[in-house]
Design a protein around this ligand. Structure first.
Ligand code: SAH
Length: 224
């Protein structure tokens, strides 16, 4: 019985593909125009990343609870952050907040080398059984504190933070290459302002500010 349910969950039918095309149209209408981002979203079966058996929900443009009080980001938000990141094939990208693995998969589908950190043990442990693992050898999972980054693997071309950061973590800036970019939602009261930071040749940074979003908080340390 369980096997049948699992097999159905990991079935990507024509119906799913149709729902996904509509989702891509919605995201495009909202202003996302990076075709590589839209193609990645069109290619990835988002219903594989939800706990729910009601897989239509996966193709609505909204966030959804996963385990441990965390969320899978809204598809538009994933597309927005990914577009700001200006992903190119083979870039080394550090993600903070693995969560459902969906955002990391979008980056991997775009042929980046993805390093993703999760502080919740339960969520990290799930990555060991990630059903698309074989398809994406360009993805590495880490259990740790995102504020620390991954000094062993630094420097990175890009850094993306998918939780609400109270400030820009200095160690993550230090782990960016010259010319590298960080996309980070930084707290501004109840919401966060999406910022894109560029590391310049003199090690100074410049910042661009974009729209407001609402993320779960980025917390310090490991949990569990
Ligand atoms: N990128 C995820 C979004 C998950 S929500 C997705 O595509 O589904 C944010 C995630 O960040 C949560 O899983 C939360 O546990 C994690 N998180 C919060 N603070 C963190 C930290 N300091 N280091 C690493 N992960 C963190």
């Amino acid at each position: 019985m369980l096997l049948i349910i699992l097999m159905r969950k990991y079935d990507d039918t024509y119906r799913h593909k149709g729902l996904r095309k509509k989702l891509v149209d919605i995201i495009r209408d909202k202003g996302i125009n990076d075709e590589a981002v839209l193609t990645a979203i069109n290619n990835i079966p988002r219903h594989f990343f939800l706990d729910s058996a009601f897989d239509e929900i996966a193709y609505e443009d909204r966030a959804f609870p996963i385990a441990e009080g965390q969320t899978i980001s809204q598809p538009y938000t994933v597309a927005y952050q990914t577009q700001l990141l200006q992903v190119k094939p083979f870039e080394k990208i550090l993600e903070i907040g693995t969560g459902s693995i969906y955002q990391a998969t979008v980056l991997a589908e775009m042929k980046a080398q993805v390093f993703t950190i999760e502080r919740q043990k339960v969520l990290f442990d799930r990555t060991k059984h990630f059903v698309l693992k074989g398809k994406y050898p360009n993805m590495k999972f880490f259990y740790g504190d995102g504020y620390e980054g991954l000094p062993t693997y630094a420097p990175f071309d890009k850094v993306i933070i998918t939780a609400a950061a109270p400030f820009i973590p200095p160690k993550l800036v230090a782990q960016l290459k010259t010319g590298g970019k960080m996309v980070i939602p930084v707290d501004e009261g109840a919401q966060q302002r999406m910022l894109r930071l560029t590391k310049n040749a003199d090690d100074n940074t410049s910042e661009e500010a974009f729209e407001n979003f609402s993320f779960v908080p980025m917390l310090a340390g490991k949990n569990g």
